[in-house]
Write a protein that binds this ligand. Structure first.
Ligand code: SAH
Length: 367
């Protein structure tokens, strides 16, 4: 028998075709899509609008869910970190970040990450594997159900950031498939305009994203203004250097609509990349490529015992910001959320579980 079809990874149209192949009318497909994606039911038995024999048939040939919650950690600031597990026992982490007027869910695109950025804890897991579209969508459903109750209306809009574990652009097709499914107004209805995806700089995929109509916002993790430093911090820079990254960014900028911007993220490492000179170099770099529709998000480093860095001091972060601003670069300081529960940027490393590094591929840059 074929492996069970992962229905959470299918668009409404694909579910309709799927039910037609088993001799069911199209409207059953729409009911199933709505059951999964609008009512957020992860069990066929709860879809009481489907006849019992169809539910039983579905249980044999399809899957309505595949992740399980292992643990949930709640921060003093209200942030929640979910440690989930795939059917093949790999960690998946998702973070819920409540804000006054909206919620943000930070999802993972891979279990672990192959990229080996030296300041990031996720790197220490190595790549376990890329997640399927269904596994990406299910993270959002699980979090919304946990926070608000199964299928309950959410009180405000949900924004998504693809900034959890993994490199989204090394799982580009699944990522885009998941975003298409989530955008459906008969489902979660989270449109691309509410989504930001962050890349460490997988240059060809930046060009691909620039071609897409319905695309999420883009953030690029820069971390250094020179190749010399960047390749020490982010080995991916050996494959795609700053010049190729900036040329791709420029092309992406050309594709932006009026009023849209994209982001460079700059993790602030005390004494490493946060000097006044480096702020000037960064502003000059953006100037050389005439990047105008950009903002820089400064992210103070979130530490961990296993990481050899300290965060820049708050004073230095502000100096860095004002140097950028004095050179006409918009800069913002991101305040960390959920640091106490290992939920902040660069802290997702399946803490709380003894997932080893044994089955990790050290698949650096094998893209
Ligand atoms: N692989 C993608 C998605 C991860 S996003 C990317 O690199 O963009 C995670 C963001 O958090 C990136 O901007 C990264 O530079 C930043 N980051 C990683 N480790 C961090 C840490 N320990 N403290 C603060 N920011 C960190």
């Amino acid at each position: 028998m074929n492996p069970a079809v992962e229905l959470l990874g299918l668009t409404k149209e694909e579910i309709v075709s799927f039910v037609e192949t088993i001799g069911e009318p199209a409207y059953r497909g729409r009911q199933i899509f709505s059951g999964l994606q609008h009512r957020r039911l992860l069990d066929f038995d709860e879809m009481s609008d489907l006849p019992k024999n169809l539910r039983n048939r579905l249980k044999e040939i399809a899957k309505s869910s595949s992740l399980t919650i292992e643990n949930r950690y709640v921060s003093t600031d209200g942030t929640r970190r979910y440690l989930m597990k795939t059917h093949d026992n790999l960690p998946v982490e998702t973070v819920f970040i409540p804000e006054e007027r909206r919620d943000t869910i930070c999802f993972s695109s891979q279990s672990g990450c192959p990229l080996q950025c030296t300041f990031c804890l996720t790197a220490q897991l190595g790549l376990l594997r890329s997640l399927t579209p269904g596994e990406i969508v299910e993270q959002i459903i699980i979090v919304l159900n946990d926070v608000y109750g199964v299928g309950a209306e959410t009180p405000h809009g949900t924004n998504l950031v693809g900034m959890g574990a993994g490199e989204p652009f090394l799982n580009f097709d699944s990522l885009i498939a998941a975003l298409r499914i989530m955008a459906d107004e008969d489902g979660l209805f989270i449109v691309p305009n509410r989504v930001t995806v962050s890349t460490a700089g997988i240059v060809p995929r930046i060009y691909d994203l620039a071609q897409l109509d319905d695309r999420p916002h883009l953030a690029i993790s820069l971390a250094a203004p020179t190749d010399e430093l960047r390749q020490k911090l982010m080995p991916i820079n050996k494959r795609w250097d700053i010049d190729s990254l900036m040329r791709a960014a420029k092309e992406f900028e050309r594709s932006l609509k009026r009023g849209e911007r994209f982001t460079f993220e700059y993790v602030m490492l005390g004494g490493v990349n946060d000097t006044d000179e480096q702020a000037i170099e960064l502003a000059n770099l953006l100037g050389r490529y005439r990047l105008k529709k950009v903002k820089v998000n400064l992210i103070p480093h979130n530490g961990a015992e296993q990481l050899d860095y300290t965060a820049s001091t708050p004073e230095q972060v502000l100096r860095f910001k004002s140097i950028l601003e004095s050179r006409d670069v918009s800069a913002y300081v991101r305040s960390p959320r959920g640091r106490d529960i290992y939920a902040a940027c660069g802290q997702l490393a399946a803490k709380g579980e003894s997932y080893g590094l044994d089955n990790a591929e050290s698949a650096v840059l094998s893209v």
